[in-house]
Design a protein around this ligand. Structure first.
Ligand SMILES: Nc1ncnc2c1ncn2[C@@H]1O[C@H](COP(=O)(O)OP(=O)(O)OP(=O)(O)O)[C@@H](O)[C@H]1O
Ligand SMILES: [Mg+2]
Length: 238
């Protein structure tokens, strides 16, 4: 369970997040949607320890991780696929994945959830390119490497910041299939998405962020009525 409790954060003199609270239960898939600049990535960065929270608490499985640095997140069963992926471009796919596998084993020794073979089997394209430099791969292939790397950290909760943005429809479809397979294996998911169609397809419920605050909650079974409410969708998502 991930609990974000009244978190505020910002950059320099700028306050971006104000009093943000949300929860993702064990094995639950939750979306965070919102227009450009709403503060979604800022929340991801804060939860992951890349940006220091100025107020509030972040709790994972009962442990306060508010000040846990990003490199220690794996120990708490949390992995993230960032907006810009942050792979080591000059290293091969295999090298990127081996690094993650090593960190994952060290962090989660007794609780390995994904073997190398399972992860590479999820992404046949990645398996074929293990010895290529990551920077030579297409955007879609790199996104798959980024997800594979996150899984090798052995998380029970995966945070993904707009995994489908900028990718071809076929690639998006492949990635969605993988996310669905992960869900079936009980993986918790916090999916940041601008595309509410995708968010509604993959998650159980959602939060809408605007101007750095959670302004609306979409409960279990409420995605369709939310999508049909043009006034709400327009007001929150533009
Ligand atoms: N490093 C930074 N320094 C200063 N301001 C920033 C920084 N990063 C983001 N911001 C500002 O914080 C606000 C929220 O940005 P953020 O990237 O969190 O939004 P977002 O919801 O992820 O948007 P998008 O959908 O475009 O990814 C924006 O006004 C942005 O300009
Ligand atoms: Mg963003």
């Amino acid at each position: 369970m991930l609990e974000v409790d009244s978190v505020s954060a910002g950059y320099g003199a700028l306050t971006i997040l104000r009093d943000v609270s949300l929860k993702v239960g064990d094995g639950e898939a939750v979306a965070l949607v919102g227009a450009n600049g709403a503060g979604k990535t800022t929340l991801v960065r804060t939860v992951c320890g890349l940006l220091r929270a100025r107020g509030g608490h972040i709790v994972k499985n009962g442990t306060d991780i508010t000040t846990t640095p990003a490199h220690d997140l794996a120990r708490h069963g949390l992995a993230v696929v960032l907006e810009n992926r942050r792979l080591f471009g000059e290293l091969s796919v295999r090298e990127n994945l081996v690094l993650a596998e090593t960190v994952g084993r060290r962090a989660r020794g007794g609780q390995m959830r994904f073997t190398w073979d399972e992860v590479t089997a999820l992404f046949p394209v990645v398996k074929e390119r293990l010895d290529s430099a990551v920077e030579l791969l297409s955007g879609g292939q790199q996104q798959m490497v980024a997800i594979a790397r996150a899984l090798l950290l052995q998380p029970d909760l995966l945070i993904m910041d707009e995994p489908s943005t900028g990718l071809a429809p076929k690639v998006v479809k492949d990635i969605l299939l993988v996310i669905k397979a992960l869900r079936e294996r009980g993986m918790g998911l916090l999916l940041i998405e601008q595309n509410v169609g995708i968010a509604s397809e993959i998650t159980d419920r959602g939060y809408v962020m605007a101007l750095g605050s959670i302004v609306h909650e979409i409960g279990v079974g409420e995605w369709q009525s939310f999508l049909k409410d043009e006034r709400l969708v327009k007001a929150y998502l533009g």
